[in-house]
Ligand binder design. Structure first.
Ligand code: ADP
Length: 494
């Protein structure tokens, strides 16, 4: 009976909420997506309204069910994949958030993290959490809310507030306040979780002054966390997965073996390499993070995150109004043979891996009187590939070997120009799968496996390649471009 039903994946991303419904054969039977508002209260600050997140997520759920012509009774389980690190603090009784969600991109705690760094905490934090000292991760954001919202610190000390990443908040709301949980992958991004012992770390909670009783219980990603409330989703559906979007995508690619690698081209770019049972410590300022799975036994990945990936195209569209749609960027980029020496470093919120420079800011170099809109658009697209290249090179140095094949996904990977340029500049094969909704697919796989909808990984349908991009650029040209890119990076540094 259960096998006639469907698996629903909620993909709560940085710029939009999505719902995708999969059948037994891992086919998408319907999907719905809604963008929501980005709030920029000050330069470098980024927030979301929790109600927007929740409302859009419920709307797309209802919409996807309607399109598929199915009812909540037809759903076997629901899995959540979510933007990571973003934090929400809310009142346990009223459910009311005490402040907007502080988004992973937000830099408001950069100075504080710099201070901790100068006080010598980096090694302790890196060895426990696998993370480098940066405002990107959750801990300093939760601390900021407790320190800056009137009454929040006192309420937290009285045990009245809860804190969590977006998965935790969604599960709390969808279950009618019954589930207060997260998974290993989300926990591993908070800077409060020891990725070796798989526990919240007392010393770190103390350092960031966050009462540990505010934090949720932590489970494997594929796990029955509880059930949705009938009044919210129309039926008491098991919520059987919570997973950070990037680890969800890694699982969706079935990159479950040591050495498997993927890069996601979404708002940011996120390159993850599965390192199996080994928590590899990077010498190249990459981070160590937990992979998604169904057991208590951890597996690890090395990760490099680029803060502004596809978002640079969104900026051309919404900020500069150079584009009407993100898709148009490809057409413009192809109108010119190259950027004529223009480089754009989109360090809008600092630079992520491998630079970790919170003070860096965006820059366009090489402008001449002949520079056209097309050159700038092309330089923006190329910047996504160059930044991913820097992370790939760091990874290769850690591994001591060349990476020859890269699985890709994310909103911007539909751009053939970008994918070809990535293959060219990194001199590797870029493999784009049929189902680009890999994050949702990963959450669906995990939820379906957790409830026995699929008996084993062998039963999952592999997401085969739709297109492979091969490197065509000559060595000399590649070297010149990369050298010039690094000159531009130097000029963007803080
Ligand atoms: P997220 O899950 O982080 O919200 P998505 O994976 O949906 O993001 O990707 C959206 C991003 O991809 C946006 O920043 C958008 O500008 C970019 N994008 C979408 N389509 C294209 C395209 N054809 N070319 C380049 N960038 C694109």
């Amino acid at each position: 009976m259960m096998k006639d039903k469907y698996i629903v994946a909620l993909d709560q991303g940085t710029t939009s909420s999505r719902c995708i419904i999969f059948d037994r054969y891992c086919n998408i039977i319907s999907k719905s997506q809604k963008e929501f508002k980005q709030i920029y209260p000050k330069p470098g600050w980024v927030e979301h309204n929790q109600q927007d997140i929740l409302n859009t997520q419920i709307e797309v759920y209802k919409d996807a069910l309607k399109t598929a012509g199915i009812s909540p009774k037809d759903i076997a389980a629901l899995g959540i994949a979510n933007q990571r690190e973003t934090v929400i603090v809310w009142d346990k009784i009223s459910g009311r958030p005490v402040y907007n969600a502080i988004v992973w991109q937000c830099r408001r705690t950069a100075d504080y993290m710099q201070k901790l760094k100068s006080q010598g905490f980096s090694d302790m934090i890196f060895s426990k959490t696998g993370l480098v000292m940066d405002a990107y991760f959750s801990a300093s954001k939760i601390k900021w809310i407790l320190d800056n919202v009137s009454g929040a610190r006192a309420a937290a000390n009285r045990g009245e507030l809860l804190a969590g990443t977006v998965d935790t908040y969604l599960m709390w709301c969808l279950s009618g306040n019954q589930i207060f949980a997260t998974d290993y992958t989300n926990a591993s991004r908070t800077m409060l979780f020891n990725i070796h012992t798989l526990e919240w770390d007392k010393e770190l909670c103390k350092l960031f002054d966050i009462p540990q009783n505010m934090l949720p219980q932590v489970f494997p990603s594929g796990h029955i966390m509880g059930c949705a409330d009938k009044s919210v989703l129309g039926e008491s559906i098991p919520i059987a997965c919570a997973v950070g979007d990037q680890q969800g995508s890694l699982f969706g690619h079935l990159c479950i073996n040591e050495g498997d690698i993927k890069n996601t081209y979404g708002t940011g770019c996120f390159l993850l390499l599965n390192t199996g049972k080994h928590a590899v410590k990077s010498n190249q300022r990459l981070i160590t993070t937990l992979c998604a799975g169904l057991s208590q036994e951890p597996s690890y990945a090395l990760e490099g995150s680029v803060f502004v990936g596809g978002a640079v195209i969104q900026w051309l569209r919404d900020g500069l109004k150079l584009l009407r749609t993100s898709c148009e960027s490809e057409k413009y980029a192809r109108k010119v043979n190259d950027t004529e020496g223009v480089f754009l470093v989109p360090a809008f919120t600092g630079l992520g891996a491998p630079y970790w420079d919170g003070q860096a800011r965006g820059i366009i170099t090489g402008l001449t009187r002949g520079t056209k809109k097309e050159h700038i658009i092309r330089a923006a697209l190329e910047s996504i590939a160059y930044q991913s290249l820097d992370v790939l090179n760091a990874l290769e140095k850690d591994l001591g070997s060349k990476i020859n094949r890269l699985n890709v996904d994310g909103g911007a990977c539909v751009n053939d120009f970008l994918m070809q340029f990535q293959a060219d500049i990194a001199d590797l094969e870029v493999v784009r799968p049929n189902v680009l909704e890999t994050t949702a697919l990963g959450a669906a796989y995990l939820a379906g496996l957790a409830i026995g909808y699929w008996d084993s990984i062998d039963e999952l349908k592999r997401n085969n390649e739709e297109k492979i991009f091969y490197s065509e650029m000559d060595v000399k040209r590649r070297k010149t471009l990369i050298d010039n890119w690094h000159k531009a990076i130097q000029r963007a540094r803080g």
